[in-house]
Every structure is written in C-alpha cells, then in structure tokens.
Design a protein around this ligand. Structure first.
Ligand code: GDP
Length: 684
C-alpha cells in the first residue's frame, strides 16, 4: 500500500484551508443515522475508542470532521483539535468533554451550526479515513421545530451529502428499513444509490433470516451494498468486569466475531463485521478519491491561475508573509529610533535637566529669599526646620545687617540644591522623557492601533531603561558629590549665570504678572482693589476686636484677593531683585551672598554639566544601542505566530496581500501533491 488515501486526505485538508474555495474538496465519508440507530457505536468501533458525547439529550449540533491517520510510529491513540491548538491528547474522556463543550457552545435555539469541529485521531490501529459525523438532524428535523430551523438544519447537512461525498446510512435491524430516516435522506441526495453504503446495526436483535433479508435488500438497492455489524459492547456481569476504552472494543469485536461464526451459514456471501466495514470504507474512499483527482487537478489549476493573476496585478508578485511584515515593522521602528537619537542627544538632555534645575532654584529662592510675611512661610512645611527669622526684603538688598546670617543662608540654600538627589532626579527625568518620546513615536505610526505591539514596545523600552536606572543614578550622584562640599566659581561662569538669572527672573516676572492680570480680569479691577484693601486691613487688625463693616465678599473672592496680594508682593520682590542683579554689586562673584540667584544658577549649571556627561553615556547611548535589540527580541521571537498574524492582518490591505499569497502557496502545494499522487497512480 502506498498510502494513497493518506496522501489524498492530506490534499483534502490542504484544500479545506484554502479560503473561499468551497467547491475544492475531495470526497469524504458522511455518516448519518437517527438517534439510537447505533451511529456512535459504528464510528467508535472504526476508531477503536469511545470518544463521542453520549446521552439521549446530547444531540450533535455541529458537524464533526474526523480525520483518521494511520500512524504506525505512534504508541497509542492521539487526538488533536487543530483549530483549538490542542495536540497530543491521549485521554479520550477529555476528548469527549471537549466535544460536549463545543456542541453546547451552539445556543439551543439555533439548533445547529454550519461551523464544523475538526478532530484528528492518529493511531497505529486506525485506517486512513476522512469521515464526517453530521448533526443528528434526522431526529431533530422530525421533532416539533419551526420551519426556519428545519430549513437551516437541512441546509447544514445537505451540503455534506452532496457529491463527491460517500454517504454511510446507518439503520438498526430492529426497525423496518422502510422507516429508516437515514436511507430516506440518502435517497434524496443520491437517488440512484451510487454513493451510499447501507449499514445495518444490531443484527443480534433480529432473527438471522430477517437480518439476511435486510442485507440482500432488493427494495432499496445500493450499488455499494449493505454491511451488517454488531457494535454493542457486551454488558458487564459485575462492576469489576466493566470494560472501557480499548478493552471494550476488543470485547465488541469478540462478540461480533462469535455471532457471525455461529451463524456462518446464514451470512455466507454477505458483507458483515466491522473489520470488513473498515476495509470496505478504505477501498471505497480510495476509489472515489482517485476518481475525483483528475477533475480536482483541473479545478485547482484554474483557481491557481486566477489567484496568481490577482497576486500579480494587485501586489506585483511581491512576497509578503506575516513574519516578513513584522520584520519590516521592526526595521521601520529601528529607523525611527535612529532618527529620534539624532534629535534627542546631549544638547536636549542638557536643556531638559537645566530647566528642571532652574525650577528648583526658583522654588528655593521663593522659599528662602523672596518671602515677605509670616503666613506665607508657615504654609510651607518644607522649611519648618528654618531657624532664622526672615529679614525684611529691603535688608536683603542693602545687606547692612549681619554678614554671617546671609552666608549661612546661602550655604543652606546651596546644600538644599546639591542634596536634592540629582542622581535620581535627573535619571528619572531622562527616563520619563524617553518613554514619552517613544509614545509620541508610536502614535505617529500605524502601530498606534495595536495595543499588543504598543505594549511590547513600551515594555522593551522600560526593561532597557530599568537595567541602567540604578547604576546611572548612582554614578551621577557620585560625580556631583564634590559640589556638596565646595563650589569654585570662575569669572566667566559668574557672568554667564548672571545673564541667565536675569533672563529667568524676567520670565518669572512675566508669569507672575500674567497670573495677576488674570485675577484682575476675572474679578474686576476696582473690586479686586477693594478686596485687597479689606484683606490687608483685616491682617493689620489681627488681635484687635474692632467691628468691621461686612462688605459681603464671598470666601471665593477672599481667596482670589489673597492670591492677588501674594502675586503683587512677588512682583515687587522680583522687581527689586532684578534691580539688584543688574546693579554693579552683582557683577562680581565676591558679592555672591548678596546675589544668591546668580550663585545658585552657577551651582545648577555645574550640576547639569556633570550629570549629563554620565546620563549621556550610561543611559542615553546605551538605550540607543540596546533598545533596537530588545525590540527585535520581543517583537521578533517572543510573540506567538497568532499574535504576529493578528498584527499583520489588522491592516485590510496587508491582510488581503498575505491571504492571497497564502492561498496561492496552498494551491501550489495541493497541486504538486495531486501531481505526485497521479504520477504514482500511473505507475501502478
Ligand atoms: P446513536 O444514538 O445512533 O449514536 O446510537 P448509539 O451508538 O449510542 O447506540 C444506541 C444504543 O444501541 C446503545 O445502547 C448501544 O449499546 C446499542 N447498540 C449499538 N449497537 C448495537 C448492536 O449492534 N446490538 C445491540 N443489541 N445494541 C447495540
């Protein structure tokens, strides 16, 4: 045996996967029979395993396309549900359970589904066969169903009963063949009885003569004849003798053999027994498959030509698979990352960190130098450790007071700045900036629509950054350590920072002015003035119990008034400080205690310069090197085939391209296999 059937089943399965080619199919054996006719027992005796759902209310709701593969190399029976990606199942109770679940997934009111369950069983004991167990439509149809449902059930089944399939019509011997629903349905699809094999089960339940009469049936002649079987599993006499699985089928075969041996004379010359049935099925299937092969070859060729033409016209024969599409995506991403690395380098790092430190300097100045009154100080818990009394603003510029006070104040402020944890602060800042940029980058491509890929890219970036985070933060912190003890300033640095401070203060002044103007506009100039005067009077009279006229200001307005007073004071202070910075005193670094804005700016600049050296080498350059590799790993090899497919086919044009190519490849494969089988046939 050259396993022709096996090869033809393979071709059949390839063609089943060709999208939209419903008429491209090689014959299969379709099993029909009413409930209790013994349909399941016949199928199971062919397979040699109990695997079909049982129970009187367990009506099959989906066709089961059963492929049997004779596999001498497998140690035992193996079941597979390829569509569910369930392979190598050896527990047939589990197989039964999956079938029950798949059946029950069809809602009761829909009765049947046209979507078949594909099940493959490989075993050294099964023949190469392709069978279809049809929904028990015969009994369902007979039941009291609405006409629409009956039509639907019949449509699902009739498709399988069409040519070139072979019909296995199962009838029980204890029911008059005139009443056999299976034969009736078979006659409708195959009126000349050319493709139907009649199976008579339960021969043991009727007199042997009656059985013989049924098998030589003249009333309903079938060209392929009838086969008589006994598929009953003998009843156990005690619980210990109960046979299951393979044991049960050995027992069934024995009962059948004994029965036909005992009635040898009566059944002589007739086709009986499941063993013979198997042989007959193999023969019949092989014959009808090989008959179907030549017309199939032509059909496949036509389909292939049509598909190749479309592929050429629409996609210029350009090769595209899901994997290739993913590889292109990764390449594009790498290019984007390269472009991004050119736009986000050392200068960008510097301005990022510098503006963060500028803000910290402004905050520090506001806390330590630009305060006017007690209430504001109290609102800031960050300075609760502050031991000095705040001097008046005027004193800050005239600096007539105690020198040590101002020295210590600047030392403290400098320490505050150098000890904010520049290492972590700057590393976090850069990390977050990179992640934001990656987001922007993803969102500017088609990848924005695919959550799975987006997540994979994000995780790749996070994992690369995480690997470097701690060491970078530590390195940066170590390198700025000297500034915690001493800061030497050169004239050039002082002068640059003076310019920068003036710019910064001007900008701050502008922002405060804008905020003040907004309040003025919303509240109204006059009203704001009234509120501010009211609040200032209130403040001045703290502790006094003077009855004040209630001007009817709401708490909201009072709050706005307080904000306005704060901003007005801040404006006055900033103007004062700007004058100070522009004065000749602040031209010289020796006067740093009088010009804390400039000195802190120098410190911020030094911290920035030192930090970015390491951030650039340790974090940024390393990221640009490792990120594309990590992407390759995560998108290239870590994703499953299904994930890659779902990504690639998300774009309708790409989907069509890939599917057309897959179709073309499947047809080419089928055609080459058909050619091979036909060449073998010719030689035989
Ligand atoms: P289905 O409903 O058509 O799938 O039928 P089953 O295969 O489940 O069989 C229905 C009943 O008939 C079960 O109780 C079987 O044990 C019994 N049965 C099946 N084959 C035979 C047989 O050859 N002889 C006898 N006496 N009973 C059988």
């Amino acid at each position: 045996m050259l396993n022709l059937t096996r090869q033809m089943i393979e071709i059949r399965n390839i063609l089943l996967n060709v999208n939209g080619a419903t008429d491209l199919s090689l014959p299969s054996i379709v099993v029909i029979g009413s409930q209790s006719s013994g349909k399941s027992s016949v199928l199971e005796s062919i397979v040699g395993q109990e695997f079909l759902p049982k129970g009187s209310n367990m009506v099959t709701r989906r066709p089961i396309e059963l492929t049997l593969v004779n596999d001498p190399s497998s140690a035992s029976e193996i079941a597979e549900f390829p569509a569910l990606k369930m392979f190598n199942m050896t527990d047939f109770q589990q197989v039964q359970k999956v079938l029950v679940d798949l059946n029950l997934a069809v809602p009761h009111d829909e009765a049947v589904s046209a979507d078949p369950i594909q099940l493959t069983i490989k075993s050294p004991k099964v023949p190469d066969l392709s069978l279809v167990d049809l929904p028990g439509y015969i009994q369902v149809e007979a039941a009291d169903q609405p006409t629409t449902l009956k039509t639907k059930i019949r449509e699902v089944c009739d498709k399988y009963l069409e040519e070139p399939n072979i019909i296995l019509a199962i009838s029980a011997a204890d029911v008059d063949l005139a009443n056999s629903a299976a034969l009736r349905a078979a006659r409708r699809a195959d009126p000349r009885g050319e493709r139907t094999i009649g199976i008579i089960t339960k021969l043991d339940l009727v007199e042997p003569d009656v059985a013989r009469g049924m098998l030589t049936n003249k009333k309903y002649p079938l060209k392929m004849g009838y086969v008589g079987v006994i598929t009953k599993i003998p009843k156990a006499t005690s619980i210990f003798q109960r046979k299951t699985g393979v044991q049960a089928f050995i027992a069934q075969q024995n009962t059948e053999r004994v029965f036909f041996r005992e009635n040898k004379d009566i059944f002589s010359g007739l086709s009986v027994g499941t063993k013979l049935l198997k042989k007959k099925l193999i023969r019949v299937l092989e014959r009808s498959m090989s008959n179907a092969l030549r017309p199939m070859q032509q059909q496949v060729l036509n389909e292939l030509e049509e598909t190749s033409y479309k592929f050429k016209v629409e996609f210029n024969d350009r090769d595209l698979t899901c994997e290739k599409y993913m590889a292109q995506t990764i390449d594009n991403l790498k290019m984007e990352i390269k472009e991004f690395s050119e736009k986000f380098g050392r200068p960008e790092l510097k301005s990022l960190l510098r503006s963060e430190l500028d803000q910290k300097v402004l905050d520090l100045l506001a806390l330590r130098y630009w305060n006017k009154s007690e209430p504001y100080i109290k609102k800031n818990p960050a300075i609760s450790d502050y031991e000095f009394e705040e001097p008046k603003i005027s004193e800050l510029s005239s600096a007539k007071n105690d020198e040590t006070f101002w020295h210590r104040k600047l030392d403290l402020s400098t320490a505050n700045l150098t000890k904010i944890g520049v290492g972590r602060l700057s590393t976090t800042l850069v990390t977050e900036a990179i992640l934001t940029e990656i987001d922007v980058l993803i969102n500017s491509t088609d990848l924005r629509n695919n959550d799975m890929i987006k997540k994979a890219i994000k995780e790749a970036a996070i994992s690369v950054l995480n690997q470097r985070y701690n060491s970078t933060a530590d390195q940066v912190e170590n390198c700025i350590k000297p500034f915690k003890y001493e800061i030497e300033v050169e004239d050039r640095e002082w002068s640059l920072s003076r310019k920068h401070s003036i710019l910064l203060l001007n900008e701050e002044l502008r922002e405060v002015q804008v905020a003040y103007d907004v309040i003025k506009k919303t509240v109204g100039g006059n009203k704001l003035k009234q509120i501010m005067t009211y609040i200032e009077n209130e403040n001045n009279s703290v502790g006094q119990t003077i009855e004040r006229e209630n001007l009817g200001f709401s708490p909201g307005l009072i709050l706005r008034g307080r904000e306005a007073i704060f901003l007005k004071d801040r404006l006055a202070i900033l103007n004062l400080r700007l004058k100070g910075l522009q004065s000749s005193a602040c031209k010289h670094k020796e006067n740093k205690f009088k010009c804390p804005e400039i000195f802190l700016d120098v410190v911020a600049e030094k911290l920035t310069q030192t930090a970015i050296l390491f951030l650039n080498v340790e974090l940024l350059s390393d990221f640009y090197y490792s990120f594309p590799r990590e992407l390759e790993k995560r998108l290239g090899s870590k994703l499953t085939t299904e994930e890659i497919e779902s990504y690639a086919k998300q774009d309708p044009k790409v989907k069509r391209h890939i599917e057309l190519q897959e179709r073309k490849e499947l047809l080419e494969l089928a055609l080459s296999k058909i050619d091979d089988v036909m060449a073998i046939q010719k030689r035989l």
